[in-house]
Design a protein around this ligand. Sequence first.
Ligand SMILES: [Zn+2]
Ligand SMILES: [Zn+2]
Length: 365
Amino acid sequence: MKKMKAAVLYEANTPLRVEEVTVDDPKDQEVLVKMVATGVCHSDLGIIKGENPSPFPIVLGHEGAGIVQKVGHGVTLVQPGDHVVLPGIFTCGKCRYCVEGQPALCSEVLPALVTGTLPGGGRRLHKGDQELNIFYTSAFAEYVVVHERTAVKVRDDAPLDVVCLLSCAVSTGVGSVVNRARIRAGESIVIYGCGGTGLSAVMGAKLAGAGKLIAVDVFDHKLQKAKELGADYVINASHDNVQQRVSEITGGGADYAIETTGNLDVTVQAFASIHDAGTCVLVGAAPFGSMLTTPPYQFLLGKKLTGSLMGNIRTRIDVPRYVDLYMDGKLPIDKLISRYYSLDEINEAFAALERGEVIRSVIRF
Ligand SMILES: [Zn+2]
Ligand SMILES: [Zn+2]
């Protein structure tokens, strides 16, 4: 058992409280990781704002990276001293999704998320006698305990305060383009939302050889960043007619649309901006309980509407691969990071995210 600082959320629409809590020693097949950095993501904000249901009290944070400190009995995948990225997804290795090569859909993840436990059950964080609920990895804490299959070993020379973004935004964005859309060289793509995930999709599309690469947002500074990262065209949805512009640029509709905002109006727009044989991939998390309505004849034409969770990545294959791409200068994910904060400044980090000031900010421990 170890004392440490963590940011605890006691109820929705209240500030996070950075306070001393305790973390258990790792049990069988678990590892204790000393955190180095954790990105600040909209999915955490959705829980803080009460848009998505959650058990309380809870420690948020799911975009972390750190160094393995201690391993429990039976751990074979990592050892103390290993640098690890901690994607929120867990792979049980036994369910149909894991077996057929789609571990991002592992059937053990959702039940754990709903109950605020580690996959397979149990909590490892306490405030006095009270157990604290877990959100994916609960990485807004100085230490985390996770199953060894959540910890993905990466090369020692990769800066953890950059590659932590592979735990969520970058894997989600790049994976949605290369694993789900599977864009081929020369095809056109329009990406809605230029936050961490959307800009990662821009980088993924550039890397995959997209033809006309279009980025849409309402903030000019984010669109400027999209251009730097490879977008050929940018559209400001606050004053341009997006559908008309996409149609003009692509000659009738894009081959692919990636929707990263989770906003229902934007989702409808994204689906409308592909041509009759195009594919629209939903990546943003729409508020829990919201409904999408669309005329079914569009599906008869051959339009495809699908989604992607965590970019459909296979963590131990894709994360080290994306780290190499970053280190080789082909996936400049450091350009997504606008600011670094300390854990004590976490409420300010969320306020800046909500104001749309930052692409990504990262808590450094
Ligand atoms: Zn996230
Ligand atoms: Zn599984």
